[in-house]
Ligand binder design. Sequence first.
Ligand code: 5RP
Length: 223
Amino acid sequence: MDYSVINKRAAGAAAVDYIVSGMTVGLGSGSTVDYMLDKLAEKVKEGLKVQGVPTSKKTEKLAKHLGIPIVDFATITKVDLAIDGADEVDPSFHLIKGGGGSLVREKIVDANAQQLIIIIDETKKVPQLGTYPLPIEIVPFGWQKTAEAIAAFGVEPKLRKLSEQDVFVSDNGNYILDCPFKLIEDPHSLHQQLKQLVGVIETGLFTSMADIVIAGEEGKVEK
Ligand code: 5RP
């Protein structure tokens, strides 16, 4: 089996150990989270009582299929813990997220959680963010103008597409620009500046949000 799969599965399983009965748990998105859901479903079958807050339609569908109880985010007062994946993690636990296109709902749920655990395979650890193109969710109307404004930061934004003809549309009905900054010196400041642009909904920079990072490495986990 592919080592990244083994490592993602190991990280996902290790995160489930932080869940105790009675918790409301934010369920992130992506393949590493999918492995976490497999493990969580096993625990639910064994009697663990949890309710999940999904961060994407895909995660919601999988969680329901696996028998994990789901709750409407609008009806709850707190999220005890969120478990999510990432595309890059720097030594200060700043993140790039949004590779799967779920960054807005992920950020809303993750920001409202009392604790955020990030699960990754070791390849996601970087000394500095920016090699992975930064996903930025934008309003479809006038997207070209928003892309131009982002290009003024010295980057060439690329509209995410499913095929030559089909534009990727997020769960919120928006577009995503993938922005290869190469090296992001100050993630917090870049996020603040991008957020001020008209048309930008959210960036995939998650700064000072992660409390714990669990990285699968050679089939084991490092916390
Ligand atoms: C989706 C995300 C994912 O968490 C991120 O892309 C990591 O995915 P994977 O676990 O499949 O590598 O941010 O918007």
